[in-house]
Ligand binder design. Structure first.
Ligand SMILES: [Mg+2]
Length: 326
């Protein structure tokens, strides 16, 4: 991994950052665990990027939707910032909605993003230019630390006593103690970096065939040439949709965070200023541009223009809201 990248702490979500023993699809039920907000602020001030990686099998079981997951994550991000008196402490959320025994057919499969596999961590490293040699994974389950080890980062199992076995590099009774442990280990990043890099290289090699196998499964499931052709067309269509979703993902997340921000701000102040009304109008323009971008998927030039328009109006919205706040 490029040593110029940022150090990172990957964080499990449920029962590491928030209390959750069941299926959580309601943002109103978000409860941060003690010490989490202060701990995240301390890690951020020490220079770590903070990335949440969470399995969300509840989507596969039909208990809640991906949109609910996004709303819960927007709520967690807001709650952490509010409690820590900071802004954007958590850099990004990754979640895996797939499960091999899903009741919703669209989500029924094994997936390289599903912990204990390290797919989310490796994807984040690529997306955010992270230095995994200086990376950590903090979680409450052995599958969290297994994912961390497979990605070649050091691991802390929280909520456990030190003699509970070799599931992690370190164990810690609380989140706050885990943060102290991570900070105390600074300067010893290179100690077992070679072993961890080897584990990471092995994971990358193993993950590639896992993806290829899934593509092959789509093609080989069709017995006749006609059905194979149709499945290929469907696969191309699916791939284009997925590419468009990936391109629009930052915009979608920004929108959700903005909705959450406006909602909480309105609750606090109970009024709408002219600046915020203008921001609302710009936000509508963003949505319109994004919809047109989606409609122009076949024409990359037009798609790019509409997407550019969406980004510009989104920036204008954010600028208006910042002006309003100050
Ligand atoms: Mg957990």
């Amino acid at each position: 991994m490029d040593s110029a990248g940022s150090p990172v702490v990957f964080l499990d979500r449920d029962n590491t950052l928030i209390a959750n023993d069941g299926d959580l699809g309601d943002p109103a039920q978000v409860r941060l665990l003690p010490g989490v907000a202060d701990g995240l602020r301390t890690l951020k001030e020490a220079g770590f990027r903070l990335v949440v990686v969470t399995n969300q099998g509840g989507v596969a079981r039909g208990r809640y939707t991906e949109r609910d997951v996004d709303l819960v994550h927007a709520r967690i991000a807001h709650a952490v910032d509010e409690a820590a008196g900071a802004t954007r402490l958590i850099d990004r959320f990754y979640y895996c909605p797939f499960h091999p025994e899903a009741t919703v057919p669209a989500y029924r499969r094994e997936h390289a993003w599903r912990k204990p596999q390290p797919g989310m961590l490796l994807q984040a490293a690529q997306d955010l230019h992270l230095d995994l040699d200086r990376g950590w994974m903090i979680g409450d389950k052995p599958r969290d630390t297994a994912a961390g080890r497979a990605a070649g980062v050091r691991t802390v199992l929280v909520g456990h006593t030190p003699n509970e076995g070799p599931a992690a590099d370190f164990t810690s009774p609380t989140f706050a103690a885990a943060v102290e442990l991570v900070l105390a280990q600074r300067g010893s990043d290179g100690l077992d970096a070679a072993r961890r890099a080897a584990a990471r290289a092995k994971s990358l090699l193993e993950m590639k065939p896992a993806y290829d196998d899934r593509s092959a499964a789509v093609a080989t499931a069709a017995p006749s040439a006609r059905r194979t052709k149709r499945s290929r067309i469907e696969r191309d269509k699916h791939q284009r949709t997925r590419q468009a979703k990936t391109a629009l993902e930052p915009l979608r997340r920004a929108l959700l965070e903005l909705v959450e921000e406006v909602r909480s701000d309105r609750t606090r102040r109970g009024e709408l200023s002219p600046m915020r009304i203008a921001a609302g109008v710009m936000q509508l323009a963003t949505i319109v541009c994004a919809v047109f971008a989606l409609l122009e998927l076949a024409d990359l030039t037009q798609f790019g223009r509409w997407l550019g328009g969406a980004l510009l109006t989104q920036l204008a919205t954010i600028a208006l809201l910042l002006f309003d706040r100050h």
